[in-house]
Design a protein around this ligand. Structure first.
Ligand code: NAD
Ligand code: ZN
Length: 357
């Protein structure tokens, strides 16, 4: 079978591999819609997780079940499914402690395009199908559904980890598809004022649709100064970091009120030659004592999470299809889609590739 792979750091290409084998509790899926992620860009072009050779990329997909193992009870060939980006080992020690995304070690629940072939192949393998697949409701169009495995799950986690309460003021730094989903998540959690920090007009329009009340242009002045001015020196009750380089936590800490959570969902991908240290501001952090907690998280995976996200879409709480800015038909467009994600033209939010079942 054919797949779009990371050949080595800095290089992608189409490769041929054997169709993956299905273990007793696993499934083999044929993708129906796939989307590249900024994380694929960090992985390939920044070498953020280290060297990988001929690893099929991608971790965002919905698909059709092609094969199931003999122990799989709830899915059968022909079922249309949502495949979470993160597919934990649910029996692991980390999962039992409440951190399934880190089963088998930090980030270990992230298997696709990390340490096994991802979803950019004609077929791909899913471990523990009964726990890691969810039925795709017919009502959800494919270009909306493919936002659930990672964009909605991660973006909403940003809002959940920020412990937003009704009426909170929230700042979302970075309004790519992850930050946009966080804005929607902050609204769902009951935020009052929501600052979206970004510059691109198309994204700003959607940020407002999803619930941003104020837009801050970080290119037209210092983010923290602008937000402190707008809040009369008070800062915000919660911060979600969904973009920016290594020094973004300086802004985040500066604008956080004492006691606020700084919920980081950014993948600090810049690795090569740029050091391993991320700065935080001493005074912004109250010299380490202002109870400004930096909380982090990897996208929640698993079946229940996907079923709950589907409820959000079915009942019209949020329309993720607005983020599908570039929709292509056919596997051959995948390389173009991934390169768009790398180059991020002004009007790009998220490319999606639809496939024949
Ligand atoms: P994106 O690049 O589309 O969006 C980030 C935006 O932030 C860009 O538009 C960029 O121009 C902007 N930006 C740059 N500097 C900024 C600054 N100083 N202030 C505000 N905005 C700034 O990326 P995305 O697809 O939305 O993903 C966001 C991040 O989340 C990426 O690092 C991605 O790898 C990561 N991610 C993490 C998880 C997770 O599980 N934690 C899952 C998916 C993606
Ligand atoms: Zn991702």
């Amino acid at each position: 079978m054919k797949g779009l792979a990371m050949l080595k750091i800095g290089e992608i290409g189409w490769i041929e591999k054997d169709k993956p084998k299905c273990g007793p509790s696993d499934a083999i899926i044929k993708p129906l819609a796939i989307a590249p992620c900024t994380s694929d860009v960090h992985t390939v072009w920044e070498g953020a997780i280290g060297q990988r050779h001929n690893m099929i990329l991608g971790h965002e997909a919905v698909g059709i079940v092609n094969e199931v193992g003999r122990e799989v009870k709830d899915f059968k060939p022909g079922d249309r499914v949502i495949v979470p980006a993160i597919t934990p080992d649910w029996g692991s020690e980390a999962a039992q402690r409440g951190f399934p995304s880190h089963s088998g070690g930090a980030l270990g629940g992230w298997k696709f395009s990390n340490f096994k072939d991802g979803v950019f192949g004609e077929y791909f393998h899913v471990n523990l199908a009964d726990s890691n697949l969810a039925l795709l409701p017919d009502k959800i169009p494919l270009e909306a559904a493919v936002m659930l495995p990672d964009m909605l799950s991660t973006g909403f986690m940003g809002a959940e980890n920020a412990k937003i309460e009704i009426g909170f003021s929230v700042a979302v730094l970075g309004i790519g598809p992850v930050g946009l989903s966080s804005i929607a998540g902050a609204k769902l959690k009951g935020a009052g004022r929501i600052f979206g920090v970004g510059t691109r007009p198309k994204l700003i329009k959607i940020a407002k649709k999803y619930g941003a009340t104020d837009i801050i242009n970080y290119k037209k002045g210092n983010t923290s100064e602008q937000i402190m001015d707008a809040t009369e020196g008070e800062g915000v009750d919660a911060v979600i970091v969904a973009g920016g380089g290594p020094d973004i936590l300086i802004d985040a800490l500066n604008i956080a009120k004492p006691g606020a959570k700084i919920s980081n969902i950014n993948y600090f991908g810049r690795g090569i030659g740029e050091g391993d240290i991320i700065p935080i501001s001493r005074s912004g952090w109250g010299f380490g004592m202002a109870q400004k907690d930096i909380v982090t998280g990897l996208c929640p995976g698993g079946r229940l999470r996907m079923e709950r996200l589907a409820q959000i879409v079915i009942h019209g709480r949020m329309d993720p299809s607005l983020m599908a800015s570039h929709v292509f038909k056919g596997f051959d467009h995948l390389e173009k889609a991934l390169l768009l994600m790398k180059d991020k033209p002004q009007d790009l939010i998220k490319p999606v590739v639809l496939l024949d079942g």
